[in-house]
Design a binder for this molecule. Structure first.
Ligand code: ZN
Length: 610
């Protein structure tokens, strides 16, 4: 006679029970979320949610999946959804674990998002527990709780069992510590997962970022129909807005609008919009047309993923997107910000580097042909020094000419010197007004130079700054140190070459027997892992000339002569401390020097001690 079992014992049965509980949990949260969205929720301005202008949000609010991934640009309503979703879960009696990238942002996050939204809604207030029990880390709502933690605090990740794990801005979290957070769900029957973020770079099994989880989901994209031919399509920046031209190495050399009739001037005068052509028939699309979500992997069940571009948002101005895109061309980090936060896609600009063609172009930026290094300075000069014993790599520039609305950083000296005293000689001979020197590895030497050199000196220290959205140069008046993000500053430098804002002398390729050129080309932008997070860095084995050039570029920027702020002759005059006619005089002097290049060179030292 077979033994009769009176309780569920097999692992399969437990598994099945959990699977059903999980589906049920997801469904209940969805029902409550929709109810909250339609009846209770008001945004921070006290307005009800309006799905009419955000039709793509409807599915996400009604989505019963226990595991939801948002890989989306900024400002498309992700935050509202998160608040609605987590409050719905808590109101049902679940324990919700809300992870923020940074511990310090938590109080602001709770006050700005949760407290304000609850205050705005009498319906939400009914769910609120007795006051005094709540804190910035714990909030009671209905029968459930919300706990707020920072992704970088390992101790926060343990000792609190949860039913829902909601991770905000996943790509800015510490991905290694975050894996501990997933353990919080182990005891729960529900195991509800929410991951939302603006993407950064492509995901992989070693880089479990938002793109990674989106790839594992059913991958829903927002499709709109063409009003002419009916073709359903997803709005993509590289299919509907921009045409990219690339060189053999795959580097973007240029971009143009797919709508050839649009110009910025016309837009300002007549408010003419950029047209987005249909990929099949070429007729203009209506980006706000009634669309739908289409899953690229509908066979995936249980993990629902959303991605979209801000091009379909009613609040977006396509013209501004394009202008920002155009401005970022050639600067990998600026381009990454745009691709990530406007178009909601991960960035893959791997292999960005200076090319020989870019250097050739820099040589031809400034006629006349008599321009060889070293040459005598005209007006103000800046200097960059990379400490690389036994040598010092030095780059000196002046700014004699403004060409077609941009200022040109003209290299008048590039080389290697052996003695510390040589640096002082160069400052004097080139009448350097602002120098930037590597603060490390020789701290005392750089301090000495800062104290005694007859010009303004800043010491630069490469520091890793978090995220993409930080400043790349942070000067500290007290210490005389500029903290700078290595990747960001080098990105900006490369863009200055790309924009033809650098002039190299005709003999640049041969300087130091070709060594200067080789060192400028040596670094490549690659992905590397640092403390569990992959990021782009410039990697090279011998790049001293590049860094000297970068320090000189910092000196240029520290002097307040940034290209954007200095497009006109008037500004150059300001920079030179002269009036406009004075600048014209300097420009004439420059011409005179170049007509007889031998003249000034006799006074100067031999090019390089190398
Ligand atoms: Zn069409």
């Amino acid at each position: 006679m077979a033994k009769e079992r009176t309780y569920a014992t097999t692992e399969d049965e437990v598994e099945e029970h959990r699977r059903l509980q999980r589906l049920l949990g997801g469904k209940r949260i969805a029902e409550r979320r929709i109810d909250f969205a339609l009846r209770c929720h008001k945004n921070t301005r006290g307005e009800h949610l309006n799905f009419k202008y955000r039709p793509y949000q409807v599915s996400a609010y009604a989505d019963p999946a226990p595991d939801i991934v948002w890989r989306v640009p900024v400002q498309i309503g992700k935050t509202e959804w998160e608040v609605c979703d987590t409050l719905a879960a808590a109101s049902l009696g679940l324990a919700v674990f809300c992870v923020q990238p940074k511990f310090e942002l938590r109080a602001v996050h709770v006050a700005e998002r949760y407290d304000k939204m609850i205050l705005n809604s009498p319906e939400y207030q009914e769910y609120q527990g007795p006051k005094g029990r709540d804190s910035t880390t714990l909030k009671h709502f209905g029968r459930g709780t919300l706990r707020f933690v920072g992704s970088r605090v390992e101790s926060d990740m343990i000792a609190f069992p949860a039913d829902v794990l909601a991770i905000d801005e996943l790509d800015r979290c510490d991905l290694t510590i975050l894996e501990l957070a997933e353990d919080r769900l182990q005891e729960s029957d529900y195991q509800i997962m929410r991951r939302t973020s603006t993407p950064t770079i492509a995901g992989s099994s070693t880089q479990r970022n938002i793109d990674y989880f989106f790839q594992l989901s059913d991958q829903k994209h927002w499709y709109i129909p063409c009003p002419t031919c009916g073709k359903e399509q997803e709005l993509k920046w590289d299919k509907h807005l921009v045409m990219l031209n690339r060189d053999e190495e795959g580097r973007i050399t240029d971009a143009s609008l797919l709508d050839p009739t649009w110009t910025e001037g016309k837009w300002e005068r007549t408010n003419q919009r950029i047209k987005l052509p249909c990929i099949r028939c070429g007729n203009p699309l209506d980006r706000l047309a009634k669309g739908h979500w289409q899953a690229h992997r509908p066979e995936i069940k249980g993990r629902s993923g959303y991605t979209m571009s801000r091009m379909v948002a009613v609040t977006t101005q396509i013209e501004k997107l394009w202008l920002a895109f155009e401005k970022a061309l050639g600067n990998p980090i600026a381009m990454q910000r745009i691709i990530n936060s406007f178009f909601g896609e991960p960035y893959s600009g791997i292999g960005d580097r200076l090319s020989e063609e870019l250097l050739e172009e820099a040589i031809h930026v400034m006629p006349p042909p008599g321009y060889v290094a070293p040459c005598a300075p005209v007006g103000i000069t800046s200097m960059g020094i990379d400490v690389n014993r036994p040598y010092f790599d030095v780059w000196i520039s002046d700014y004699p000419v403004v060409s077609r609305g941009r200022i040109i950083r003209r290299c008048i000296y590039a080389g290697k010197v052996l003695k510390e005293g040589d640096l002082y000689d160069l400052v004097n001979e080139y009448r350097v007004s602002l120098a930037v020197i590597d603060a490390e590895p020789e701290v005392r030497l750089s301090l000495r130079f800062q104290d005694t050199a007859p010009c303004e000196v800043w010491r630069a220290r490469y520091e890793h700054t978090e995220g993409l959205y930080t400043k790349d140069l942070v000067p500290n008046e007290k210490t005389g140190i500029i903290a700078c993000d290595r990747t960001n500053t080098l990105d900006a430098l490369i863009q200055s070459f790309f924009r033809n804002n650098v002039a190299l002398p005709n003999n640049y390729m041969e300087l130091c027997h070709g060594k200067m050129k080789a060192e400028l080309l040596d670094s490549v932008r690659v992905l590397e892992e640092q403390s569990g997070v992959e990021r782009y860095i410039w990697k090279g084995s011998n790049s001293h000339a590049l860094h000297a050039c970068n320090y000189d570029y910092m000196a240029f920027r520290m002097g307040g002569f940034a290209p954007a702020s200095l497009p006109t002759t008037i500004n150059v005059a300001k920079m030179l401390g002269a009036n406009v006619s004075g600048t014209r005089r300097l420009l004439n002097e420059y011409d005179a020097i170049n007509e007889s290049p031998g003249l000034s060179l006799q006074k100067l030292r031999p090019f390089s001690a190398f």
